[in-house]
Design a protein. Sequence first.
Length: 367
Amino acid sequence: MQDPATALTLPDPLPLDSGAVLSPVTIAYQEYGKRAADGSNVVVIFHALTGDQYAASPHPGTGRPGWWDRMVGPGKPIDTDRLCVICANVIGGCLGSTGPASERPDGTRYAQSFPVVTIHDMVRAFARMLDELGIDRVHAVVGGSMGGMQALAFASDFPDRAERVLVLASAARQSAQNIAFHEVGRQAIMADANWNGGDYYGGAHPDAGLAVARMAAHITYLSEKGLTEKFGRRLQAKGDGKPGEKSFGFDADFQVESYLRYQGSGFTRRFDANSYLYITRAMDYFDLAEEHGGPLADAFAGASARFCIVSFDTDWLYPTAESQHLVRALNAAGAPVSFVELSSPFGHDGFLLETPGLDEVVRGFLT
């Protein structure tokens, strides 16, 4: 595996959609497999909101396996015996790429002075990185959730730079419901006593608020069926092994409560609260149709890639209707597109887990 500190600093400032200019810009990335001299076997993986560049290697902070380790590697659906995978931390992130926790040229942290970035800013930064690596056109771009938004933006902004575009559990726009969920998370962070206007790097971090944001978001990644099957109304067992019982207080009596608290506390050890604000805002601003004057098909007018769109029947965060809307637009643009809805008990997380049929779809499309 690659040195976990691998990063590249762009030679020129990066103009942003807001009108601001970001400089310097460093992008941290991981590369798996041997790259062809012309880059023709490169598969770009764009990560989701809370992901990072460690798709198939241990996370340096937690030691846990890569977030898509089951999908990427020798002999796996994204087969690094023949493909070279590149996955980068987005700008605005917190694992090596330039973001609000990074130092400005004067040595102080950006914090809330970091400019707001968009999904298009993220993919333009990545395209600049590909330029520096000498890669003009890639075999495929792949992404789930926010990663799917990046894949769509890349296909729209750079129509000749990818042969294939694989989008999983995503949409061409952020819905009002999802913007609302994000706002709840942001408000939880900013209501934390340690928020300090985002300038908390020299002291206690707003971990309680970030944990609540993660808990609320995590509910949206699951399905009611999955939660019921996994937890139901079962009580949490005690530390001494005794069966769970009602405390008649506000401890985590139920297993589902304990699970959410675990998810929240673990998240604070690997993610930055400011980055959570900036990345969720980038997702909220994403609307490919609006950016092209209304018709979504216009966003793909010059696209030369083949598309594959995958949805999951229990995903209520990015439901199948959003994927079908995207497929109709691609058809209207004359782009070759295939679509499949997979049955999964895992809700939005279906693209990360062992959903029946998913491996075959990914392997087949990338072959």
